[in-house]
Design a protein around this ligand. Sequence first.
Ligand code: SF4
Ligand code: SF4
Length: 158
Amino acid sequence: MFLSNYIKEVFGAVKSLATGMRRTLYYFTHHKEIITEQYPDNRDTLELAERFKGEVVMPHDEKNEHRCTGCTACELACPNGTIKVITKFDITPEGKKKKAIDELVYHLELCTMCNLCIIACPSDAIKMVPTFEHSVYDRTELTKILNKPGSKIMDGVE
Ligand code: SF4
Ligand code: SF4
């Protein structure tokens, strides 16, 4: 009686192990179907979904020029105060005052990646990029100024 119970338990354990290993063994012979990635070893070959959103940035060209007019539409569209547009007045060559961006402050730590600011921007001055390694020890590092030092608006963007 004792021996038969023991054998039953051994068979039960083997069956349970085989059930647990079934999926593992399946992928062992079906490498192409594996979708999990070995981060961070795969940094060079990492494939992110096209719709992945990681951070709002303001592209600048080789002349350190951007497309931001300081209109504040992005700030108004943002549901949680992640963006603060600080404006100033520049003097045009004709001697007129013209509103311009001083700083576009972006609080990455607050951003929900909802994309509303990108949609709201009338001059395509900001965009989402798929960065994701945002861990820092000091949270103030997550507050970013999106316009680069010394940058200015591109000619022709109003
Ligand atoms: S993505 Fe959404 S939460 Fe983030 S800054 Fe833009 S509007 Fe605000
Ligand atoms: S980023 Fe776009 S919406 Fe925001 S202030 Fe600049 S031009 Fe306006």
